[in-house]
Design a protein around this ligand. Structure first.
Ligand code: MN
Length: 319
């Protein structure tokens, strides 16, 4: 079945240092192969897409990107350079690629202006943000002008994992759990719940947030979030139950989770319209990801939604 994929990474020369800074401990050979694959926007990537039945990939800079850059003005300039290079790559293969904006979230005003430039002038279909920025999460009120622009542009924000700002005590001394094994799921699911419990979605009800990795465990805990939140008096009560925001404002992709159990949990918890295919190229194998969705134990109508129809609707794609 033809697919659209949303968590497909690439890298540009000016951001390779930032990439290597955040990469999990791998051998020099693996590191070299990954940088090589990430840098290729031509034949090899297109062949991997073909092997998985991916007709269209939404490309994003492989994190952590400019958000870890200490110099904010340099971060703004690097993000702009990366987005211009992405626009060139999309222009070369307009039938195969779309782009997510890379943004320097340490400068809210510049990030908002760059998002608007990317969507209105470069034709990008949303943005990807790699978690917190120097410890500041997206529920911080400083981001309200950014969210206002997101809502007005009607594009999704893909909230991608990033290392914890300070490693939680429970993860200290447990190197086997670091980064994608477990740390990133805790960090990223909690980041999304901060958005919910801060009341962000009461103020901006039309926001569309995407989480990878089948929702970073969230589709599994809806009932418990509602039941326990009721017992916890909050200074800022929410208009709706926590699960209502997950069903309305959250979209999850299958990136890096080729397993029917979380897929069926996500479809059953959030609804068949809120689950979308992705690979997490080149960190996952495209062919395995494609075969997983082609053979998953779901109806053909649901499979087509996950494979491409939900992506077309979420990003208002003209395909
Ligand atoms: Mn990824």
């Amino acid at each position: 079945m033809k697919k659209i994929a949303l968590e497909e990474h690439f890298i540009v020369p000016c951001l390779v240092d930032h990439l290597l800074e955040g990469m999990p401990a791998v051998t020099p050979e693996v590191e070299h192969t990954l940088v090589d694959l990430l840098s290729d926007l031509g034949e090899r990537r297109l062949a991997a897409m073909d092997a998985a039945g991916v007709e269209l990939s939404v490309l994003s800079i492989s994190g952590p990107g400019v958000q870890v850059e200490p110099d904010a003005s340099r971060a703004v300039a690097l993000a702009r350079e990366a987005n211009d290079l992405l626009a060139e790559a999309v222009a070369k293969h307009p039938a195969r690629y779309r782009g997510f904006a890379h943004l320097a979230m340490q400068d809210v005003k510049a990030a908002t202006a760059e998002l608007e430039r990317c969507v209105r002038e470069l034709g990008f279909v949303g943005s990807m943000v790699n978690g917190h920025t120097h410890g500041i999460y997206l529920d911080n009120p400083c981001y309200d002008p950014f969210w206002e622009a997101m809502e007005a542009l009607d594009v999704p924000l893909y909230l991608h994992p990033e290392d914890a700002h300070v490693l939680p005590h429970v993860l200290q001394g447990a190197a086997g759990l670091s980064k994608p094994v477990w740390e990133w799921s805790v960090e990223t699911s909690t980041h999304f719940l901060r958005l919910v419990f801060s009341g962000l979605f009461d103020r901006f009800p039309k926001l569309k947030i995407v989480l990878g990795h089948m929702g970073e465990t969230l589709p599994y805990v809806l009932w418990r979030l509602d039941s326990r939140a009721k017992l916890t008096p909050s200074k800022r009560p929410l208009k709706l139950q926590p699960s209502d925001y997950l069903k309305r404002n959250l979209f999850v992709t299958t990136s890096g989770q080729c397993d029917d159990v979380p897929l069926i949990a996500a479809i059953s918890g959030l609804g068949a319209d809120n689950v979308l295919f992705s690979v997490d190229y080149p960190y996952e194998d495209s062919a395995i990801a494609g075969r997983f969705l082609d053979n998953a134990a779901i109806s053909e109508a649901t499979r087509e939604k996950v494979a491409r129809l939900n992506a077309v609707r979420l990003m208002n794609l003209k395909v």
